[in-house]
Write a protein that binds this ligand. Structure first.
Ligand code: CA
Length: 136
């Protein structure tokens, strides 16, 4: 290319890029897209956090419902003699499927015994097997 043409082009570009409106436009453009990416990431992270919290709340709630079904009197001293709400346990089994570990952890945290132990005590062997088949 002719050096004179190159020189003209450089001068032209220098003129364009030293125009404050062009510079403001470029900065606005860059800031906008940087922020847009940041905002998207922020929203995504918040959604995921919310999702995880919902899961924990559900597991906690289901663990509480297991306790209610195995301890209908509400008095933990009577848990072994106050009977069992098998209908509720059957319903809970379907909600437990795929979340057993979380629910079992929540149950252990809340009641200092494992959910499986409690189910063995409350259910007869056939019922226990049926419950186990649903959750796994
Ligand atoms: Ca009981």
């Amino acid at each position: 290319m002719n050096p004179l043409i190159i020189k003209k082009m450089v001068q032209g570009l220098t003129a364009v890029f030293s125009n404050k409106y062009v510079i403001i436009g470029i900065i606005t453009f860059v800031v906008f897209f940087t922020l847009k990416g940041g905002v998207k990431k922020f929203l995504k992270a918040r959604r995921e956090k919310q999702f995880n919290e919902d899961e924990i709340i559900d597991a906690h709630q289901i663990a509480q419902q297991y306790r209610g079904a195995t301890n209908p009197s509400g008095n933990s001293w009577f848990i072994d003699i106050d009977g069992t709400d098998e209908v509720s346990i059957d319903r809970l089994a379907y909600q437990t499927k795929g979340h057993f570990e979380q629910i079992s952890n929540q149950y252990k945290l809340g009641f200092d015994e494992t959910l499986t132990e409690r189910m063995r005590i409350e259910l007869d062997p056939d019922e226990f097997q049926a419950w186990y088949n649903i959750i796994t």
